[in-house]
Design a protein around this ligand. Structure first.
Ligand SMILES: NC(=O)c1ccc[n+]([C@@H]2O[C@H](COP(=O)([O-])OP(=O)(O)OC[C@H]3O[C@@H](n4cnc5c(N)ncnc54)[C@H](OP(=O)(O)O)[C@@H]3O)[C@@H](O)[C@H]2O)c1
Length: 246
């Protein structure tokens, strides 16, 4: 049985999730990474294994009915603990409110809200047990929300609503779980240079976007805190933008 801390990272195959996985692998955390695309996930696993910890990869759509239980039980079987649940899998599409395709709305709700809710609910017994075993570390949930969840921009109504719900879920976790040593943080960045923002790079060049490494540094800072200190919500602005524009 391992004594190293372990994390389960959804959306761990690329972008922000992979950057957080890299930071944790460099710190010798054992990891379960997950995403739908098996090939990209295996490539990510190989890159992370170079740093010396154990990496388990589970290819699954987080919005599937049994995904939460599959992920938690796979992680539990591999590592018998869960120091951090990192929710990075997310999707977003832009469209005006008028005539908004409800299929797209439902998809964003399923991946960005329903899946995190199911995952948190399924993960709590293992998170609590891990915090009980090591009260000096506790255990944490990090949810990658978005600036859109606080102040949505034109065309991103559905995405913004899902991220606002995720920020609310983080608050609920902190209310209900503090006594069990489990805390939660939402990280809400403006535009980050990933595949997700390809559509906007004609108007905002990637060098003007936040880097995945900067988001990962915020995540590791949160994980370094003692259990008595909680950062419930961290907003990351792009330089030169006011607080409420992505
Ligand atoms: N990029 C930004 O500007 C920005 C800003 C604020 C917040 N965020 C949030 O940050 C998170 C990560 O975004 P990113 O920019 O890193 O995006 P990304 O590069 O597109 O990565 C998304 C990750 O999530 C996985 N994923 C997507 N849908 C999934 C599903 N249904 N089931 C399982 N895995 C799924 C993807 O793998 P597969 O496609 O193979 O499943 C991939 O690993 C998202 O929640 C996003 O909303 C992004």
């Amino acid at each position: 049985m391992t004594t190293r801390p372990s994390a389960l990272i959804t959306g761990g195959s690329r972008g922000i999730g992979f950057a957080i996985a890299t930071q944790l692998a460099l710190r010798r955390w054992d990891l379960t990474i997950s995403a739908r695309g098996a090939e990209e996930l295996e490539r990510a696993k190989s890159e992370l294994e170079v740093h010396g910890s154990t990496i388990h990869a589970v290819a699954v759509d987080v919005s599937g009915e049994n995904a939460a239980h599959t992920l938690i039980s796979e992680h539990d079987q591999s590592f018998h603990s869960l120091s951090a649940l990192v929710i990075a899998a997310g999707v977003g599409t832009a469209s005006p409110l008028e005539g908004y395709p409800m299929r797209r709305f439902d998809r964003q709700v399923a991946v960005n809200v329903r899946a995190p809710f199911a995952l948190v609910s399924a993960a709590l017994p293992l998170l609590r047990a891990t915090a009980k075993k090591d009260p000096t570390r506790g255990s944490r949930i990090i949810a990658i929300a978005s600036l859109e969840g606080i102040y949505p921009e034109e065309g991103l109504s559905a995405y913004g609503a899902t991220k606002a719900a995720l920020i609310s879920l983080v608050r609920s976790i902190n209310l209900e779980e503090a006594e069990f040593g489990v805390s939660a943080s939402a990280i809400s960045p403006g535009f980050v240079d990933t595949e997700m923002t390809e559509w906007v790079k004609d108007s905002i060049p990637r060098e003007k976007m936040i880097s995945v490494e900067d988001v990962a540094k915020v995540a590791t800072l949160i994980l370094d805190l003692s259990p008595m200190a909680v950062l419930p919500h961290v907003i990351i602005n792009r330089a030169g933008r006011d607080a409420y524009r992505a």
